[in-house]
Design a protein around this ligand. Structure first.
Ligand code: PBG
Length: 326
């Protein structure tokens, strides 16, 4: 029928799968994926995290098979979180030579050298109080914490970490870690900064997985207020000035506007962290048969890329790698 109303026929470009794939603007690739995992002290342990079905705390003897699976699926990179037996006020387990994270990194480097290892640099899994730094008078002491975080980063790189990802949200953590790495001779190790990290209820399941729930108070004096957008730009700007090589925005899904903001304002690679609560919500709905898990996950991750993310840290990485190969 002739179109005498003179409107646009957008449906022309949606007429077949081939046509749609020709005009698709955003592509999710295996190379975009970073797989988070939890290594726990002990032997023969494979604990499923109750709020994160399909995610396990694994002891050292179980991580090599897991890492080989990740590598064989074509995922280039992993980020390691430690679950230690012993905790103290200073989080000593984070920076000792034979800490659980350091042991895991050494083992993976030896057995699965193709994987690029990102070390999350924080103290909260290692402190008795569960905060991300040293506590004085009920609050985290910024500058004293920096010294310990820098030590942690150096020990992670000594163990073989390829990238340092500081998630502690202390002011100055990038420059403190950069200068400590440089002093130790690790000038070529990049920093993937959790530049924009909100104080978020979406981290609940992670704190079960990493046993890192604060024992008093919350993280609101160091993590960002979810209501703020301009503050995200200030945070990212100072991290870039201090020497950050990558910028993480976390969480991802409720913060895609912020991902776009960071993409538009900076030229460093942007990483979206598809966090534990975002994973748990999808899993719960999928287990009830309420949503199509595969379609929903692919849509969510594609949205993160469309918003401007170059890389995505996601507990779905293995599933996505399989789906991308189908
Ligand atoms: C450590 C850290 C957290 C996450 C990553 N690194 C927890 C927190 O800040 O409480 C959360 C990741 C997730 O929810 O998947 N500071």
């Amino acid at each position: 029928m002739a179109n005498h109303l003179n409107f646009k026929r957008h449906r022309r470009l949606r007429s077949s799968a081939t046509m749609r794939s020709m005009v698709r603007e955003t592509h999710l690739r295996k190379e975009d994926l970073i797989y988070p995992f939890f290594v726990i002290e002990g032997e023969g342990i494979r604990n499923e995290v109750s709020s994160m079905p399909g995610v396990f705390q694994l002891s050292l003897d179980n991580i090599v098979d897991e890492m080989k699976e990740v590598r064989d699926l074509g995922i280039p990179s992993v980020i390691v979180f430690g679950v230690p037996d012993d905790k103290d006020e200073k989080g000593t387990g984070a920076f000792v030579h034979d800490g659980i994270v350091q042991q895991a990194i050494r083992l993976i480097k030896q057995e699965v050298p193709e994987l690029l290892i990102i070390a999350d640099t924080c103290l909260c899994e290692f402190t008795s109080h569960g905060h991300c730094g040293v506590v004085h008078n009920g609050d985290v002491e910024n500058d004293e914490s920096l010294t310990l975080l820098a030590k942690t980063a150096v020990s992670q790189v000594e163990a073989g970490a390829d990238i340092i990802a500081p998630s502690n949200m202390m002011d100055g953590f990038v420059i403190a870690i950069r200068s400590a790495l440089d002093k130790a001779g690790y000038t070529n190790i990049p920093i993937m900064s959790y530049a924009v990290k909100y104080s978020s209820a979406f981290y609940g399941p992670f704190r079960e997985a990493a046993d890192s729930t604060p024992q008093f108070g919350d993280r609101k004096t160091y993590q960002m207020d979810p209501a703020n957008r301009l503050e995200a730009i200030r945070e990212a700007k100072s991290d870039i000035e201090e020497g950050a090589d990558f910028l993480i925005v976390k969480p991802a899904l409720s913060y895609l506007d912020v991902v776009r903001e960071i993409r538009d304002n900076f030229h460093a690679p942007v990483v979206a962290y598809n966090v534990s609560g975002e994973y748990a919500m999808v899993k719960a709905a999928a287990q009830n048969g309420w949503i199509d898990e595969k379609a929903l996950v692919m849509e969510k991750l594609t949205s993160m890329k469309r918003a401007g993310a170059d890389l995505i840290i996601t507990y779905f990485a293995k599933d996505v790698a399989i789906w991308l190969s189908e």
